[in-house]
Design a protein around this ligand. Structure first.
Ligand SMILES: C[S@@+](CC[C@H](N)C(=O)[O-])C[C@H]1O[C@@H](n2cnc3c(N)ncnc32)[C@H](O)[C@@H]1O
Length: 242
């Protein structure tokens, strides 16, 4: 796991509050795919420092569960929100073994899946844990944007990429998986979920005041991709519901 989310967790928490990539591109684009959340039981998968948790609590969700692999991130979330959230450490590569079947109305999973090699167990768990009629909204690196990091030159290969990012004001090594749109969508649909919306996000005009060059880049190039996927009512789960 990258030190970005352990050693630098506190600095990361500070930066993502109002930076361009998270606050002015990723969060508004993910939030645009979410419906009314009042009273909904929500799981925040890969919750990080709790920027989403804060917003989800403001939407008056029902039970909010925050999950992350990083103990430092989970401590930040517990310190900020106390008993208002149920927060625990879990490597999501193993799915959601502690969550009950048909127990969540909504799952959010922003900017986490590119850290996970095999998406199959993740989406199988998501499908199991969502209530029929529930949905997940997730975002990840855009396959088109990440293809420029490819060493093999084969878009369809999954590749582990290592980069240094300046997110926290000092270069930190980060490893992530670049993969094709086909691989992402097959992991979703093979689990039984149905993709209902895909978006490539929209940079907020306010980014122009922070950095005109970054704004222009994000206005002209895709950076993240956003999915909403539904657990539809089948004849079988309609019967078991009634
Ligand atoms: C880019 S941050 C996003 C945090 C939060 N979702 C947000 O958008 O503000 C990625 C988060 O994913 C977590 N993460 C990375 N790999 C993970 C894994 N295998 N299981 C659970 N969490 C993971 C990191 O610890 C980090 O908190």
């Amino acid at each position: 796991m990258s030190e970005m989310y352990t050693k630098h967790a506190v600095k990361y928490a500070e930066v993502v509050k109002d930076n361009i990539y998270n606050a002015l591109l990723e969060r508004p684009s993910t939030m645009a795919l979410l419906g009314d959340l009042q009273g909904k039981d929500v799981i925040d998968m890969g919750c990080g420092s709790g920027e989403y948790a804060q917003w989800l609590l403001e939407q008056s969700v029902g039970r909010l569960t925050c999950i992350d692999i990083s103990e430092e991130m989970i401590d930040l979330v517990k310190n900020k929100f106390g008993l208002n959230v149920h927060a625990y450490c879990q490597n999501l590569s193993q799915g959601l073994p502690l969550e009950k079947d048909n127990s969540a109305d909504v799952i959010v999973c922003p900017l986490v899946l590119h850290y996970i090699e095999n998406l199959t167990p993740v989406f199988e768990s998501v499908c199991r844990v969502l209530k029929p009629g529930g949905y997940i909204v997730f975002s990840t690196h855009h396959p088109f944007a990440d293809f420029e990091c490819s060493e093999s030159g084969n878009y369809f290969n999954r590749e582990l990429v290592e980069e240094e990012w300046d997110t926290v004001g000092t270069p930190v090594k980060v490893q992530f998986y670049r993969r094709s749109l086909t691989e992402i969508s097959e992991a979703v649909t093979n689990s039984g979920l149905l993709i209902s919306k895909i978006s490539e996000g929209m940079i907020d005009e306010k980014a122009k005041d922070l950095s005109e060059s970054t704004y222009n880049h994000l206005k002209n190039n895709p950076n993240f991709i956003f999915f909403r996927c539904e657990k539809v009512h089948t004849q079988q789960n309609i019967k078991s519901d009634s």
